[in-house]
Every structure is written in structure tokens, then in C-alpha cells.
Write a protein that binds this ligand. Sequence first.
Ligand code: SF4
Length: 294
Amino acid sequence: MSRGAWFEPYYSHKWAGRTMGAMNNVYSFAIPENTMRPRVQPETPLVIPPFLCSIKANKPEEMVLNEEWIPGSAEHVAEIIARLRAAYPDAHCALHYETPIQLLVATILSAQCTDERVNMTTPALFARFPTADALAAAEPEEMEELVRPTGFYRQKARYIRETAARLLAEYGGEVPSEMEKLLTLPGVARKTANVVRGEIYGLADGVTVDTHIKRLSARLGLTVAADPVKVERDLMRIIPPESWIEIAHLLIWHGRRVCAARKPACHACPLSDICPSAFMPGDYRPAGVALVES
Ligand code: SF4
């Protein structure tokens, strides 16, 4: 086993801190600024130190971390995709919509809100304002009331009306497929644009990074970044482009069903032997890399 990455400053602090925390039942520790980034990441992949496995010694054999997997390696990523694909053969976008503009609106509403709540909100909204024309002409107060359950409702209602108006004025009421054009629409950032391009046009400029993907990417050792744009950059380096749309659906489904934010069900996870975060005691997880600004 190569130990090159293990002795990188970042990993030394991170893994040593985790392990000491695990032994002392203390999971918060300070990581000195500027000493915790890998010099090269993820091209220099994380090598899991053998002693990390020992703190999982009371786990069933098949669930003990297999230290031969190198997080972020092509083999590791391919195995994650294969196992999640087998676990969730029907993984798909959870937002309900019938037209491209409805998906665009639903995705705008999903910011800081669960897909379930968005799906409870959009039927009434789309029944009242089914087209770009209707959305653009909506009375602000009426739309605000309809989207209120999704939070930040004034801002979201304004984004929706302004986006619909822009689509009418510049794109004939259609949702454009180009990333640059989508990013000029009010309330549309990379995540929204990636969802729309992937769902409507089967195109991918990158990987959608929502809260689930951000959390799972960290836990699985695929990134040390906290900023979604940097997480996406890291994922794009290690995941083949043809899997960018699929991996987003798979990670989101896995995050919702098994790898929950607070209590991940590692005992029921098909990735438990290839996940560097599996069975870590307490609530502390490498999502703790959220402490780290990359
Ligand atoms: S549920 Fe546990 S083993 Fe599975 S991906 Fe999440 S942290 Fe890793």
C-alpha cells in the first residue's frame, strides 16, 4: 500500500483527529488553518490507514472497511456507481413536473427546501399558473401565497415571475438548453441548470450538487471541499461524464433512504465496506470536512 497520501498534511490531521476522537469519545477538534488541504486532490487519493479499521473491529466481517479501496480512485467510483445502480435501478428526479418550465420552477422552489414539500406545493401553483405566460403575469401576492410553504417565498415568487418573463421575451417561452443562457435567468444557479439540462435535454456540463450529494461525496471520500462548486469540480474530475446525471440521482436516493444526515444506516448500506465513514462512532463523520474550506 502506498502511504504517500496518508502523510499529506491534510490527511494526517484529519484521520489522526478522527481516530483520536473515536478513542476518546471526543469528536470535535481544531484543525490548524492551511495545514489540512491535500496538495493534490483528488488525483492524490486518500489511502486509509490500517489502524482506522481496527476501531471497527466489532462490526460484522463483511462490513469492515476494505482498506484496499482508495477513495476517489476510478475503481472506487465505478464500484460505488455499480452498487448504487443495483440498489436503486429506478432512481430518478424526485420533483414532479409535466413541462420543462414546470421543472425549472420546481427546481427554483427546491432551494433550501425538500423535494417532498416542493411536490406538495407545485400542484396548486401549476394549476393556477400552468404556462410561462400565466407565471409571468401572476399577481405577486397570489404567487407568494402559493409558494409560501417552500420558504423564502417572496424571493422565489419574484424569481419565478422574472424567469418566466425572460423566457417569453428572449426564448419564445421555451427553456433554453445552454448552460450559459440558463445561468442568466433569475434564481437559476449551477445546481438548477444542471438539473434542467439533465432532465429535459439529457445533457450534462457537470454534476448536480445538492445537500445530499455534498454530504455523501464527503463521506465517501470523493472530495474535501465544502463549497458546492468545488465539490462539483472534484466530482467531475473523478466521475466519467457519461455517469454525471446518473450519479446525481443515485447519491440523492441513497442519501434519502440510507445515508441520512444525522443517523446514516451504515449497517444497511451496500457501500459500508468501501466507505471511509462507515460506522464511525457518534455523529462525527467526514462530513466534518465541512469544517474545511477548500
Ligand atoms: S450509510 Fe454509512 S457506510 Fe453508507 S455511505 Fe453513508 S456513511 Fe458510508
